[in-house]
Design a protein around this ligand. Sequence first.
Ligand code: PMP
Length: 409
Amino acid sequence: MPGGVSSPVRAFSPHPVYLTRGQGAYVWDADGHRYVDLCLAYGPLILGHAHPEVLDAVQERIRRGWIFGAPVEEEIRLARQVSRHHPSAEMVRFVSTGSEAVVSLLRLARAYTGRPSVVKMDGGYHGSVDALMVHPSRGTGVRPSSPGAAPPRGARTYVVPFNDADRLEGILEAHDDIGLVLLEPVLGNIGTILPEPGYLRRVRQVCSRYGVLLAFDEVITSYRLGIGGAERRFGVRPDLLVLGKVIGGGFPLAAYAGRRDILSLVSPQGPVYQAGTFSGHPASLTAGLATLRVLEREGLGGAEKQTHELARGLAEEARRRNIPLQVPHIGTLLSLFIASDPVRDAAAARRSDLGAVRALLRSCLQQGVYVPQSPQETLFLSLVHTDADITRVRECVATALGQQGKQRS
Ligand code: PMP
């Protein structure tokens, strides 16, 4: 296995921690050490590990068989729920991963607009393999096997800074090949970076003015900012939506969704080909339904308040030691930046003291808090973390900050 792992973020030096068990807010490693988990599989486990309602539902489902290659009732129920929660999701297509959803959405947007190029934000993370969707053809060698698929000749990906609607407008004004603006409404893959007030609304206005589709990649934010994700929280309606992580309750499931006139182009209703053997896997749909049932009943529970308290506590610990720690947070997401200027875009995140945050995360791991080891990942809370867990995390970070304070002085 390249790097010894199945996904690069799991590798760290000298070797990753191998986890054997998870229950509630805790994981155990192969040596039997227990950790408070603030990684939660990079986001999906908003109810923590092995939540009894999810476990019961999945066990009951798979006893009757786990995959059929035929429609199942659960996908109708989950599609209805997603549509009810997300105003922009007039139609929904389930796939297995966020990357697959993004690839499919790009193809769809190209087919709908007839324009090949896309704008993304600096620091945004999505993914693509469109260049492989080709048929042999006599003249040019290959031709796309579906409208909107590659090779969109001359297709470009323009990158603009987050929180800068003027730059976005400038790009849309200057180029008429752009069909789609794709963004995480809260950046979550370069730390957590919040949209400034009015930014998303201006993005919406600018996209509408230039006739460009707007897609929110809510793989991280949906349900973690509450039901309805960022689009409800900020009151901005995109044309298209990418969902993942929480909607599968910790099993592989993602979706792309959006306006009926656009989604109607997807096969078999329309000509834009997209398919998957594992799409809408019954176990994943069931885990997702059970997870959303709990969230409908309990909202984010105390998790949002805990996230806020933790962020406030960590900032206080840092202030006491004269360390310029910023803890941006929203919903059940938070991250750490050590920087003097406010981190409002990816460039500022890159200028921040990544080495110091990396050392802090490493210290947390050694003290029994399981956190991603990259300083650019978001940390996740759940509905099952207790106040005592949060206090413990605060104490561990305080110890780590103390170690840094000593090194600085
Ligand atoms: N979009 C965003 C915003 C993500 O955070 C991720 C994964 N972290 C993806 C897309 C890709 O999802 P997956 O890993 O399920 O392919």
